[in-house]
Write a protein that binds this ligand. Structure first.
Ligand code: HEC
Ligand code: HEC
Ligand code: HEC
Ligand code: HEC
Length: 487
C-alpha cells in the first residue's frame, strides 16, 4: 500500500490509470452479471429452429419437434387435477351442485343451467362444446379464447369483426385445437406475442402500446388475452374489454352503466343484471405480487431443469402442485406454510362470498314478492340498481380464478361493498313490502340441491338436455368431416 502511495505521489497519472482500470473491470463484471440475470438468454439459443414453423401451424406436436420439453409439459394440461378437494384427474367439479344458490343468482341466464370449474388448457374446446350453455343460438365470438384457430380464422376471414359476426355453429367445424403454442408465441421468432385483438385495442384506447411492454410484462399479458373481463358490443357482437374508465370492479360497473348494458333480466327480481366473466388479470393487478413485478408465468409456468437444460414448465395449473418451483424461488417458508397461506386467504374470501350470496338470494326473492304485490316500477328501480351492483361485485370476485388469492385485500373490499349494497336493497325492500301490507319474512327460494333450485326457477332440464343432444350430433358431424387445416 505504502509503495503504491509513493508511486502515485511521484507520478499522478498512475492514479488516474488505476481509476480507469478499476472502472473498466467493474463495467465488465456488470455486463457479465446482466447476461446471467437476463432470463431470455438461455431461450435465445433454442430459437435456432430445427424445423421452421409455418405461420398458422396449430398443432402442438409439430411445434414440439423443435421444443420437446415445452410440448411434453404443455400436453400434461390434459391431466388437470384440482387441489384440495382430492385429486380428481380430469373430472369436473360442478359448481351448481356444490352451491345451488348460484342457480337462483343466475335465474334467467345460461349459467343457471350448467357451470363447472375450469380445467387444463387441453380441454378448452372439449368443455366449450359439452356445456349446456352453448346452443345453436350461441354467438361465434365465444370461441375467441378457446383456441388458436380463432386468430387463424380472423386472418382468413379478413379481420376480427368478420369472425365475431359468425355464429357458434358456423365457426365450430374449424375450431378444433385447444389453447396452444400459437396463442402465445410468434412462430417465426418464438417471442411471446399478443394474438387477441381485444387486448391490443384496449391498450391503444388507453394510449399504451403492447409492443413496448417489457419482457416481464409479456409474461403476464399473454394470459391477459383470455383471463379477463370482457363484453360483446351490441353491433356485431364485437369483443371488447371494458377498461376505458379503469379496471377496478366499480370502474367497470360505471362503464357498463354508461352503456346501459344488461346481460339479462333476472328471472325473479327483474333486475337488469351483469355477468362477470373471469377478471383474473384485473384483480391480479391490485395484488402485492403484481406490485412487486411478479408475473402470471412466475407462479403458473415456473422454470424447470432437466439434464442441465433450463426451460419453462408449460403444464399451466394450480401452483400448489409445485410449491418448490412456483413459490420457493422467492419465499423461504416451508411448503406447508406457503400452502396454508393460500388456503387461509381463500377461506376468508369464501366466508365473505357466502354472506354476499345469502343476502343476494334473499334480495331477489324479496323483490319478486314486491312485484307480486303490485310494487310500482318507480319504487323498484333504485332497488334493482342496488341488486345489479351488489351481484356484479360479488361475481367479480366469485367468477375470478384462485378464490381471491391473487389479491385477497381487494377481493375482501369488493365483497364488502357487495354485501353492503345487497343489504341496502333488502332494507328498502322491507320498507316497500311493509307499505304493501307484507310484514312477514319472505322465504328464500329452495337452494338445498341443484335440481330443486333449477325447478324452482322454472328450468326444464329435460328439454335442455334433449336440445343439447341434437347439438352434440352436429358436433360429431364436424369431427367426421373435418377438413385438414389450410396453412
Ligand atoms: C387463448 C386463451 C387463453 C390463454 C392465452 C391463457 N388461458 Fe388459461 N385458460 C383458458 C381457458 C379457456 C381455460 C379453461 C379450460 C377448460 O376449463 O376447459 C383456462 C384454464 C386455465 C387454468 C386452470 C387450469 C386447471 O388445471 O384448472 C389456469 C391455471 C390457467 N388457465 C392459467 C393461465 C396462465 C397463467 C396463462 C398465461 C401464461 C393462461 N392461462 C393463458 C384460456 C386461456
Ligand atoms: C399460455 C401461453 C403459452 C402457451 C400456450 C405456450 N407457451 Fe411457450 N412460453 C410461454 C411463456 C410465458 C414462456 C416464458 C417466456 C420467457 O420468459 O422467455 C414460454 C417459453 C417458451 C420457450 C422458450 C424456452 C423456455 O422454455 O423458456 C419455448 C421454446 C416455448 N415456450 C415453446 C412452446 C411450445 C412448443 C408451445 C406449444 C406446445 C408453447 N410454448 C405454448 C407461454 C406459452
Ligand atoms: C418472483 C417472486 C415471487 C414468487 C414466485 C412468489 N412470490 Fe409471494 N411475494 C413476493 C413478494 C415480493 C411479496 C411481497 C412481500 C413484501 O414485499 O414484503 C410476496 C408476498 C406474498 C404473500 C403475502 C401477500 C399478502 O397479500 O398478504 C403471500 C401469502 C405470498 N407471497 C405467497 C406466495 C405463494 C403461495 C407463491 C407461490 C404460488 C408465491 N408467493 C410466489 C414474491 C414472490
Ligand atoms: C404469486 C403467485 C401467482 C401469480 C403471480 C398468479 N397466480 Fe394464479 N394462482 C395462484 C395460486 C396460489 C392459485 C390458487 C390455486 C389453488 O387454489 O389450487 C392460483 C389460481 C389461479 C387459477 C385457477 C387455477 C385452479 O386450478 O383453480 C387461474 C386460472 C389463475 N390462477 C390464473 C392466473 C393469471 C391469469 C395470473 C396473472 C394475471 C395469475 N394467475 C398470477 C398463484 C399465482
Amino acid at each position: 500500500m505504502k509503495a503504491i502511495q509513493d508511486v502515485v505521489h511521484r507520478k499522478p497519472w498512475v492514479g488516474w490509470l488505476l481509476f480507469f482500470a478499476t472502472a473498466a473491470v467493474v463495467f465488465l463484471i456488470g455486463l457479465l452479471a446482466a447476461s446471467i440475470v437476463e432470463r431470455r438468454s438461455e431461450s435465445v439459443s433454442m430459437r435456432a429452429l430445427l424445423q421452421p414453423i409455418p405461420e398458422w401451424e396449430m398443432r402442438g406436436e409439430v411445434w414440439g419437434r423443435n421444443f420437446p420439453r415445452q410440448y411434453e409439459t404443455y400436453a400434461r394440461t390434459a391431466q388437470t387435477e384440482s387441489f384440495g378437494i382430492e385429486p380428481f384427474g380430469s373430472r369436473i367439479l360442478d359448481y351448481l351442485d356444490a352451491n345451488p344458490s348460484l342457480v337462483v343468482l343466475w335465474a334467467g341466464y345460461a349459467f343457471s343451467k350448467d357451470y363447472n370449474e375450469c380445467r387444463g388448457h387441453a380441454y378448452a374446446v372439449t368443455d366449450a362444446r359439452a356445456t349446456l350453455r352453448t346452443t345453436t343460438a350461441s354467438p361465434g365470438v365465444c370461441w375467441t379464447c378457446k383456441s388458436p384457430d380463432a386468430p387463424r380464422l380472423m386472418a382468413k376471414l379478413g379481420g376480427p369483426a368478420e369472425f365475431y359476426k359468425k355464429t357458434w355453429v358456423e365457426l365450430g367445424p374449424e375450431i378444433t385445437h385447444p389453447v396452444g403454442c400459437r396463442d402465445c408465441h410468434d412462430p417465426a421468432t418464438l417471442e411471446l406475442t399478443i394474438t387477441r385483438p381485444a387486448l391490443l385495442e384496449a391498450f391503444w384506447r388507453a394510449g399504451k402500446d403492447v409492443e413496448r411492454a417489457t419482457h416481464q410484462e409479456m409474461r403476464t399479458l399473454v394470459c391477459a388475452q383470455c383471463h379477463v373481463e370482457y363484453y360483446f358490443k351490441k353491433e356485431g357482437d364485437y369483443l371488447a374489454f371494458p377498461w376505458d374508465m379503469g379496471t377496478a370492479a366499480e370502474k367497470i360497473e360505471a362503464y357498463y352503466d354508461s352503456l346501459e348494458l344488461a346481460d339479462w333480466t333476472h328471472g325473479l327480481s327483474r333486475a337488469p343484471m351483469l355477468k362477470a366473466q373471469h377478471p383474473d388479470y384485473e384483480l391480479f393487478l391490485t395484488g402485492v405480487h403484481a406490485q412487486r413485478n411478479v408475473a402470471c408465468a412466475d407462479c403458473h409456468m415456473p422454470y424447470r431443469s432437466e439434464g442441465g437444460v433450463k426451460f419453462t414448465d408449460h403444464h399451466v395449473r394450480s401452483p400448489l402442485h409445485d410449491i418448490a418451483g412456483s413459490c420457493q424461488v422467492c419465499h423461504r417458508e416451508k411448503e406447508q406454510v406457503l400452502a396454508q397461506s393460500v388456503t387461509d386467504r381463500q377461506d376468508k374470501i369464501e366466508e365473505l362470498k357466502r354472506l354476499a350470496e345469502d343476502a343476494l338470494v334473499r334480495a331477489h326473492a324479496e323483490a319478486k314478492a314486491a312485484w307480486d304485490r303490485g310494487a310500482a316500477e318507480d319504487a323498484m328501480r333504485p332497488i334493482l340498481t342496488l341488486i345489479r351492483h351488489a351481484q356484479w361485485r360479488w361475481d367479480f370476485v366469485a367468477s375470478s380464478n384462485g378464490v381471491g388469492f391473487h389479491s385477497p385485500l381487494e377481493c375482501a373490499r369488493v365483497l364488502g361493498t357487495a354485501i353492503e349494497k345487497a343489504q341496502a336493497a333488502r332494507l328498502a325492500l322491507a320498507r316497500l313490502l311493509a307499505s304493501l301490507g307484507v310484514a312477514a319474512e319472505i322465504a328464500p327460494p329452495p337452494v338445498g340441491y341443484k335440481a330443486g333450485a333449477q325447478a324452482a326457477i322454472g328450468l326444464d332440464m329435460e328439454k335442455l338436455r334433449a336440445e343439447k343432444e341434437k347439438l352434440l350430433e352436429i358436433i360429431a358431424e364436424w369431427d367426421a368431416t373435418a377438413a385438414p387445416v389450410e396453412r
